[in-house]
Design a protein around this ligand. Structure first.
Ligand SMILES: Nc1ncnc2c1ncn2[C@@H]1O[C@H](COP(=O)(O)OP(=O)(O)OP(=O)(O)O)[C@@H](O)[C@H]1O
Ligand SMILES: [Mg+2]
Length: 278
């Protein structure tokens, strides 16, 4: 299917199945909602002290439904990366609570947080963060080795197959294009079958063709039930997701379900144009 009809079909699917339609409260939902894969409750995170204090998150409450793909948008410095890091247990919150699959991780020990990140969280960065001396296969195997859970080489090959790179297993990062490297990074993030895949600007360093390939891949993963939370600056990338949430000055300012790129861009422009604190 070419990209446009594919995006249209994806939008229709999203409209029909979004689990957290906050802006469509008039439509009754049949039965109870599944519990969120990630839940942040009144989360605050401040860097620095006194006059130099930066309130990166200022009382954010937000749920990410299981099997949904949510884009997180907002002006630079609005707290998007901090939100992802706190939700993934990479950073601790100052107050509020963070729940992963219903388990409160707010006060988890460092050892428990490490185990959680290794087993239930996948993270993809804009800069891929692959180890240059290792092959694609070896990079993808790393989290399995670190998790110390039973695994086989077939698990690694399956993950590389899922991202369309079964023909590049022995290549090192420098032998791969940017888009291919990001797909290896995604294979590495999903090889442990995490509850949630977090991605911080995964297409930010890619040309439009490679970015489209990565977004199609994320769409396929979401359609197969993978929960995805993705920070992006690109409304066209956000339009691939099921929903977009907007941050401003460390606070949640709204949400759009199944919106197209133009509607998301308009919303973002309004957000950036409105005076601080409005
Ligand atoms: N480790 C840190 N120490 C001090 N301040 C920080 C730290 N990390 C983030 N900040 C500050 O917190 C605020 C939120 O940062 P964050 O990185 O979450 O923003 P962002 O929305 O991801 O921005 P961008 O779109 O530019 O990536 C910013 O003002 C930033 O300068
Ligand atoms: Mg950021």
């Amino acid at each position: 299917m070419s990209r446009k009809p594919r995006q249209r079909a994806a939008r229709e699917r999203r409209r029909s199945r979004n689990a957290y339609p906050k802006e469509r409260t008039s439509t009754p939902q049949p039965g109870p909602l599944p519990s969120p894969a990630i839940s942040l409750k009144d989360v605050t995170r401040t860097y620095g002290h006194g006059d130099a204090a930066v309130h990166a998150l200022n009382g954010v409450s937000i749920d990410f439904g299981p099997g949904t793909w949510t884009a997180v948008m907002g002006p630079s410095g609005s707290g998007k990366s901090t939100l992802l890091h706190c939700a993934a247990g990479l950073e601790r919150v100052d107050s509020g609570r963070v729940l992963v699959d219903g388990t409160d991780i707010t006060h988890a020990s460092d050892a428990d947080l490490t185990a959680l990140r290794r087993g239930r969280i996948g993270f993809v960065f804009q800069s891929y963060n692959l180890l240059g001396s290792l092959t694609a296969e070896e990079n993808v195997a790393l989290p399995l080795k670190l998790a110390r859970a039973p695994w086989t080489p077939a698990d690694v090959r399956r993950a590389l197959d899922e991202v369309g790179l079964s023909g590049r297993t022995g290549h090192r990062p420098r032998q791969l294009s940017g888009g291919q490297q990001q797909r290896v990074a995604i294979a590495r993030a999903i090889v442990t079958r995490p509850s949630v895949l977090f991605a911080d600007e995964p297409t930010g360093a890619l040309d439009s063709t490679s970015a489209a390939g990565v977004l199609d891949l994320l769409r396929d993963l979401a359609d197969r039930g993978q929960t995805i939370v993705m920070v992006t600056h690109d409304p066209a990338a956000a339009a691939h997701a099921d929903a977009t949430v907007f941050l401003r000055d460390g606070a949640f300012t709204g949400r759009a379900d199944g919106a197209d790129a133009r509607a998301i861009a308009d919303r973002l422009l309004t957000l950036e144009a409105s005076p601080c604190g409005a």
